[in-house]
Design a protein around this ligand. Structure first.
Ligand SMILES: Nc1ncnc2c1ncn2[C@@H]1O[C@H](COP(=O)(O)OP(=O)(O)O)[C@@H](O)[C@H]1O
Ligand SMILES: [Mg+2]
Length: 339
């Protein structure tokens, strides 16, 4: 499969009064045509800064995308594009949806017109054609009574419906990549599952590549083809969905897996939460950033960031436990995750 997007050594900081916040620290990954990549990690680990960098939505200053970072879309560096090229990329090639659709939808404009707008600009349709297409898009995202809904305003939609409408807007120009940043975080659990099903269904139907960003590993199992785990601005483990669910190697990934609510135990109210907090990105630790919270921490972990260990063509991890001289640690039994 062809590589659509290649992010290489992406490094992003924000200059604040308190100093330089090192939000993203050398992140690299690829996205191939039609695949779904999940980026998972606790709040504050650099997921949104990564996705906004791809869309060139980081304000500089206070942000700074460091020299040496590359974001290649079909081989061309987004970080070097001029305004005209960027407009094309944003309108036609890559679309993004955010956690709270209310902040991205225009409250004063009918939903249909909001979908039609981008069709008129980017696909050269006239108003009538664009509104007809808007009805089709609302049907595509399973909004009932699309003919009526197309003439309604965002406040007439429920939270889940608004997120569906956002997805319709994002997909209207048939982008090659959809970036969905915590698309279900603001929604209740049943609606979350419906939106995830919708993303998977559309991904199958339209072949759009999806970057799905979430703090909840539980929601991605049935949607993602591969997963990368971020921590303190770095990717600490990545692999296919099966590799990460059944053969994870990083204690942080284990902790995330343990935090997934499970349906099959009697202890569903006792949700596991990871002790401690992520490090301050104003002064990231020199060693492994997870060391201070890790149950398996060794002296070396506090002193040096572990190199990348490749476990398969697709699976890799940064952890000192992979060193040949490290004690053998068995992954804790995490049990049947909702896969
Ligand atoms: N505009 C900004 N100014 C200063 N710090 C920022 C800014 N945007 C993000 N950050 C910091 O960058 C880090 C990563 O943020 P973010 O990518 O939003 O995390 P996530 O999406 O994983 O929750 C956080 O420590 C956050 O406080
Ligand atoms: Mg975020």
């Amino acid at each position: 499969m062809a590589k659509l997007l290649e992010v290489k050594d992406l490094t992003v900081s924000f200059h604040t009064y308190a100093g330089e916040v090192q939000s993203v620290r050398g992140v690299s990954f690829d996205l191939e045509e039609g695949e779904t990549l999940a980026i998972v990690g606790e709040s504050g680990c650099g997921k949104t800064v990564t996705s906004k960098s791809i869309m060139r939505l980081i304000a500089t200053p206070p942000g700074e995308i460091k020299e040496g970072s590359q974001i290649l879309f079909e081989g061309k560096d987004i970080l070097k594009m001029n305004d005209k090229e960027l407009r094309e990329i944003r309108g036609e090639s890559i679309s993004m949806i955010f956690q709270d659709p209310m902040t991205s939808l225009n409250p004063t404009m009918k939903i249909g017109n909001q979908i039609a707008e981008s069709l008129i600009i980017h696909r050269g349709m006239n108003k009538k054609e664009a509104l007809e297409e808007a009805v089709k898009m609302l049907k595509l995202v399973n909004i009932p009574n699309a003919e009526k809904r197309v003439n309604q305003y965002p406040h007439e939609f429920s939270g889940g419906m608004r997120q569906r409408a956002m997805i319709a807007i994002a997909l209207a120009c048939n982008p090659k990549i959809l970036i969905a940043d915590e698309p279900t975080t603001a929604l209740d659990v049943t609606i979350q599952a419906q939106i995830m099903d919708l993303i998977r269904e559309l991904q199958n139907k339209l072949g759009t590549a999806v970057m799905l960003i979430t703090h909840d590993l539980g929601v991605v199992a049935n949607v993602a083809s591969k997963i990368q785990v971020m921590y303190a601005g770095k990717v600490i483990e990545k692999g296919t969905t099966d590799e990460l669910f059944f053969n994870a190697k990083h204690p942080y990934t284990w902790a995330l897996l343990k935090s997934v609510p499970r349906l099959d135990t009697g202890h569903k109210d006792e949700l596991y939460s990871i002790k401690g907090t992520p490090p301050d990105l104003l002064k990231p630790p020199v060693g492994c950033p997870f060391a201070s919270r890790c149950d398996y921490c060794m002296q070396i972990c506090k002193e040096e960031m572990p190199e990348l260990t490749k476990l398969s063509e697709t699976h890799s991890v940064h952890c000192w436990l992979q060193h040949p001289l490290a004690p053998k640690v068995e992954a804790p039994i995490i049990g049947e995750v909702q896969k």
